[in-house]
Design a protein around this ligand. Structure first.
Ligand SMILES: C[S@@+](CC[C@H](N)C(=O)[O-])C[C@H]1O[C@@H](n2cnc3c(N)ncnc32)[C@H](O)[C@@H]1O
Length: 248
């Protein structure tokens, strides 16, 4: 077993080969990040589970075929989705989700269907999303890339973004007001990126051909830059920005 953080219990050759091929594409730095993350990935039958050392979390799995995810892409849910509205996904733009996390927002956007390029910097999180994407039979209009947003934007591997979506990490809620398990695991693995959000927002607005940047932000905080308009949710706001000189 070459990786101490990987536990292959599956006899499903296709699942195992796919996961190993993904891992082989990681850089040395990303492999080191996996090894020092305190996580174990376990492949059991066709499910991939993430276990966090020194935590009380039960093994976590990500499967977009599950009912809780399917519900979010029902006709009615998509019609009422603030995210779909903010990204104008019904116009089928190329959307880059630069802070993919568990890919739940990317999954919703890709189901429209529109082209979605999802970028996640943490290799363990990225592997989980990649694998969940494969379990969905790898929809051709959705690509997942394990990379930092800043480097991904420099590549020409994908169609250029017309819409960029940002959902940065926020500091963990004070004790007693715990966010749901998925978010708690992300907060443990990925540090808050609030300070970097403004830089990422400016970088996004400078991308050639960009029509809008959508930033998801807690309602109770002021976003780092004044938006052109805001779509309000119960606890979040979707801040919409247009590039300088936009004539739309
Ligand atoms: C709040 S989560 C996003 C949750 C996501 N919207 C979802 O639906 O699951 C933020 C994620 O952005 C990632 N991230 C933050 N800064 C990044 C960057 N510069 N490049 C790529 N990923 C980044 C973090 O690693 C984290 O997984």
């Amino acid at each position: 077993m070459p990786y101490t953080w990987l536990n292959l219990q599956s006899h499903d050759a296709a699942a195992q080969d796919y996961l190993l091929a993904l891992i082989e594409r990681l850089s040395d730095a990303q492999i080191t990040c996996c090894a020092t993350s305190g996580c174990t990935l376990t492949l059991n039958k066709t499910q991939l589970f993430l276990t966090l050392a020194a935590s009380t979390f039960k093994p976590f799995t990500l499967d977009f075929n599950a009912e809780k995810h399917r519900r979010k892409i029902s006709k009615n849910a998509l019609k009422n989705s603030l995210l779909v509205r903010a990204c104008q996904a019904h116009l089928r733009p190329v959307v880059w989700d630069l802070t993919c996390g568990w890919g739940q927002d990317s999954f919703v956007l890709s189901s429209i269907p529109t082209t979605v390029i999802s970028i996640e910097q943490h290799p363990i999180v990225g592997l989980m999303v990649h694998y969940a994407h494969w379990l969905l039979d790898a929809p051709q209009n959705w690509h997942v890339e394990i990379n930092s947003a800043e480097s991904a934007l420099k590549t020409d591997q994908y169609p250029r973004p017309q819409v960029i979506y940002l959902d940065p990490m926020f500091p963990v809620k004070p004790k007693g007001r715990l966010s749901h398990k998925e978010m708690q695991i992300l907060s443990t693995l990925c540090p808050s990126t609030l300070q970097k959000t403004e830089a990422l927002l400016h970088l996004s607005l400078k991308q050639p051909g960009i029509e809008r940047v959508v930033l998801k932000y807690p309602r109770k905080y002021n976003p780092p830059l004044k938006p052109h308009h805001i779509i309000l949710g119960r606890t979040i706001q979707l801040c919409v920005y247009h590039p300088h000189g936009w004539l739309g």
